[in-house]
Design a protein around this ligand. Structure first.
Ligand SMILES: [Zn+2]
Length: 428
């Protein structure tokens, strides 16, 4: 199968044709022509490497009413992704080789993105004893990222042992940094606004304390640490310090933490309840700057579908979490590209190359160049559209961007040369 993409702008730079053949980029150049190839008109479109998400909740097995591997894969492809890491907090928890292989196989069957299972750090996410990390790493799913996300690995001795294990596996612990003793009953960012709204606060220090502890542990052990969904200016400072000391730490920020603030809580609309919570303007500014600087390595969605009954309820009882896959690139365009903080090569680095490297993924995060796997997307950066939750491919509707106008439309996505999205629509 051959696909000839005509007139795209790789990385937003000079116009070129891109030929995809046998799953790889066969050529990039002027006026390519190949008899029999499917031609895609890409005039005015930016070509980028396929995006890689380090942090997706696909909810299968266990909560197929909220999302399945297939519906989440379709949402991902529509967002320009070619690989997503599926978090372990399913039911049953992905804490054995059997469960991670099941998720991996479901991803293969859906065939829209490469679904890469994350393995739990502790049995049942209970934070008491380590799961069988080696068995998950050796399984068909080749797990390299381990996380109890949703929960913090709060016990420092257990965290140390997890770091020692993943070091031997060339893996990484992705920590949900939240000191649980400081966030009992927490509902939103702790500050003036939480006091005024009468909602229990989630202090920035609860995140920063765990990150500070864990970068010291990672440095001591000589292991890789990844920090999930960094949300505060103080966290960025600690990460900068740790990196300057040579600690092998990486970090991600979510689209929603790049765009939204705790002001969203004013209407008590549970769509804006998320963990960690939306923070202040100053935090958003620091997160954008940290991502531009590279102190924060990656954008990760923390795509968290929830069934209607878990979200359309009062704030205090609503589940935390937001959809992210289908709008992530648009939010990055709005917050990082249109503001001049990142160019398209920067976007490719933070949304594809670095997350693929952190997850040790083969075949993703590579440059747009001849010989490389044909995982790429075409984006119309000029189109602006209002987000309609009813039009999303996700099985859930809890988008915090509902009714908001965002720039950038993913027109096509290719997974190993095969279109998963064409004309903005999933091909399967
Ligand atoms: Zn989390």
């Amino acid at each position: 199968m051959s696909v000839l993409i005509k007139g795209a702008r790789p990385y937003g730079e000079d116009v070129a044709d891109i030929l995809l053949q046998d799953g790889r980029i066969a050529a990039i150049g002027d006026s390519l022509s190949v008899p029999g190839a499917d031609v895609v008109d890409a005039a005015g479109l930016v070509a980028l490497p396929g995006l890689v998400d380090l942090h997706t909740h696909l909810r299968e097995p266990g909560r197929e009413d909220a999302e399945t591997v297939e519906t989440g894969s379709r949402a991902a492809a529509l967002g320009g992704y070619t690989a997503v890491h599926a978090m372990a907090n399913t039911d049953p928890v992905a804490d054995t080789a059997g469960v991670v292989e099941q998720v991996w196989r479901l991803g293969q069957e859906a065939g829209l993105v490469d679904v890469v299972p994350v393995g739990a750090v502790t049995v049942g996410l209970a934070g008491e004893r380590l799961a069988e990390l080696g068995a998950m790493a050796d399984s068909a799913a080749r797990v390299r990222v381990f996380s109890d996300d949703g929960h913090c690995v709060a016990d420092p001795a257990l965290m140390r042992r997890a770091l020692e294990y993943v070091k031997a596996l060339d893996g990484v612990v992705a920590q949900h940094a939240e000191e649980p003793r400081l966030t009992v009953g927490a509902q939103m960012h702790e500050g003036d606004r939480s006091a005024r709204l009468g909602l229990t606060g989630w202090p920035a220090a609860a995140e920063e304390a765990i990150i500070a502890r864990d970068v010291l542990l990672a440095g001591h052990v000589g292991a890789r640490l990844h920090v999930c969904h960094v949300s505060t200016a103080g966290s960025v400072e600690i990460l900068r310090w740790a990196k300057s000391r040579g600690v092998q730490v990486t970090a991600e920020v979510t689209p929603h933490h790049l765009l939204l603030t705790d002001e969203c809580a004013e209407g008590y609309d549970p769509l804006f309840k998320v963990n960690p919570p939306l923070r202040t303007d100053a935090d958003v500014e620091a997160l954008r700057a940290g991502l531009a600087e590279g102190v924060i390595d990656a954008v990760a969605t923390d795509h968290a579908p929830h069934a209607v009954e878990d979200k359309e309820t009062e704030w205090a009882s609503a589940r935390p979490g937001m959809l992210g896959l289908e709008q992530a690139l648009s939010v990055v365009v709005a917050t990082m590209v249109d503001t001049g903080l990142l160019d398209w090569r920067g976007v490719a680095d933070r949304m594809s190359a670095r997350p693929a490297a952190i997850g040790r993924l083969d075949g993703h995060g590579r440059a747009l160049a001849p010989g490389e796997p044909a995982n790429l997307l075409l984006l119309d950066p000029g189109t602006r559209a209002v987000v309609d939750p009813a039009a999303l491919a996700s099985r859930s509707r809890n988008s915090p961007y509902a009714g908001r106008e965002l720039p950038g439309r993913v027109v096509a996505t290719f997974l190993r040369g095969v279109p998963t999205v064409l004309d903005g629509k999933a091909t399967r």
